[in-house]
Design a protein around this ligand. Structure first.
Ligand code: PLP
Length: 442
């Protein structure tokens, strides 16, 4: 396997890398030095197609001058302003613009700096909401197996990836999980939404029977889990989840950190599936991945439920120094302009079929056990090697990088989700490099 050289002036010891096998990585680092449109350039000067929109965040493609100009302008005009008891106009403009594209009714916006913070914020709002509504016993939070909701203690606890939790030995009390919907036996190679699995939403009834509805504050799910390698919602599943949450007075939270901002060919997965949650957590594409930012979209009911008590009392004892940071707001507004001008929040719909057909053309290659797609998300799942889960996926990922394709891997699943500016020719290249690599090393 080719190992590309990095300049020996780069010292790799001090940076303790996140979510990385540091010792393995530092033996043969993979480094990018610039990016434009659909491509990264590696430090050894090769063009590498971005098959995962960075980390599912660079929805409008790389190197957008409009965002750079807005950030530069903002930095030299108002570099920071507090949002505690003070404000700045861009924060209000940005919230209004987000409310305009939000699923109907989810138009109250709380700013954070990341997906993890958005999740923890939404969970806290859920608890505060029930308390304000006179139901303080509703403290239980329900996640789903194979869910990823970031790395805060809240998100980690409701998350359903064992590896994300095992090392830390503790998590929030009063958390439970419904079952995941990944079902290779019934749904392998399903195109778009799988047929089987709507009944798994009935797990909410199981939770209610076990714990009592009056102890449950919220259910949180990703409409399409991304970090556990793209699991599209089975037909009817999210509708059923919505019905059951409504029936039992439980708030439904969609974690749209990945699915938000056009990834499924609609502004949000809530639009795509026709199901409106009570809150939606977002980040990533909100600023095209340029400046850290996140937002919780809350329904009027949730928001107004907390606007109680004397006018001079803080309604929610929560916030971040950098909530609604002026530079993030400037980047976000420029991003929303691009999404609007180029129709990117719905562009995925026009190319999703081509994407689906390209990915599914890999069916039949060695060790490919499933292929999944939804909107501009997709995954190719490989059978694990005996006693070495993840090794096959890792080898394919490294081989692809060496031959000009970057994507995320999750165990032995290869997760793909390009910037929303992707053209058919890029999809052809992605599929071709991936197919060749699977044949060579899988
Ligand atoms: N929620 C989901 C669905 C995610 O995919 C992620 C990150 O990938 C997060 C939350 C956490 O976001 P962040 O890494 O910005 O904290």
């Amino acid at each position: 396997m080719t190992v590309h050289q990095i300049p020996n002036t780069i010292k790799t010891d001090s940076f303790w890398m996140p979510f990385t096998a540091n010792r393995q990585f530092k033996k043969a680092p993979r480094l990018f030095s610039s990016a434009k449109g659909m491509y990264y350039t590696s430090v050894d000067g090769r063009q590498v197609i971005d098959g995962s929109a960075g980390l599912w965040c660079v929805n409008a493609g790389h190197g957008r001058p409009q965002i750079a100009a807005a950030v530069e302008r903002q930095l030299s005009t108002l570099d920071f302003a507090p949002s505690f008891n003070m404000g700045h106009p861009l924060a209000f403009d940005f919230a209004e613009r987000l409310a305009e594209i939000a699923p109907k009714g989810l138009d109250r916006i709380f700013f954070t700096n990341s997906g993890s913070e958005s999740v923890d914020t939404a969970l806290k709002i859920a608890l505060a909401y029930h308390r304000a509504a006179g139901q303080p016993t509703r403290t239980r939070l329900i996640g789903r197996e194979r869910g990823y909701h970031g790395v805060g203690f809240g998100g980690m606890s409701v998350g359903g990836m064992v590896a994300n939790r095992r090392q830390f030995a503790t998590h929030l009390p009063g958390v439970d999980h419904i079952r995941h919907t990944h079902d290779l036996a019934r749904n392998a190679f399903a195109k778009d939404q799988p047929d089987h699995g709507a009944e798994l939403a009935d797990d909410v009834e199981r939770m209610v029977a076990l714990h009592g509805a009056d102890t449950i504050a919220a259910v949180i799910v990703e409409p399409v889990p991304g970090s556990t390698a793209v699991l599209p919602a089975p037909k009817g599943y999210l509708q059923r989840l919505r019905e059951l949450c409504t029936k039992h007075g439980i708030l439904l939270i969609f974690d749209e950190v990945i699915t938000g901002f056009g990834r499924l060919g609609t502004p949000f997965a809530a639009n795509f599936y026709g199901v409106t949650p009570d809150m939606m957590t977002t980040a990533k594409g909100i600023t095209n991945g340029t400046v850290p930012c996140g937002a919780v979209f809350a329904s009027r009911q949730v928001h107004d439920g907390l606007m109680v008590g004397p006018d001079n009392a803080m309604e929610l004892f929560h916030g971040y120094t950098y909530s609604a940071h002026p530079v993030a707001c400037a980047a976000g507004l420029a991003t929303l302009d691009i999404y609007k001008d180029e129709g990117l929040l719905t562009r995925g719909a026009s190319i999703a079929d081509y994407w689906r057909d390209g990915l599914h053309s890999l069916k039949g290659l060695p060790n490919v056990v499933d292929i999944r797609n939804q909107g501009l998300m997709g995954a190719v799942e490989l059978a694990p090697r005996d006693g070495a889960v993840g090794a096959r996926g890792y080898d394919v990922m490294v081989d692809c990088f060496n031959r000009g394709l970057y994507f995320r891997m999750s165990g032995d699943s290869l997760a793909l989700s390009p910037p929303l500016i992707v053209e058919k020719s890029h999809i052809d290249d992605i599929v071709s490099i991936l197919g060749d690599s699977i044949k060579r090393v899988a």
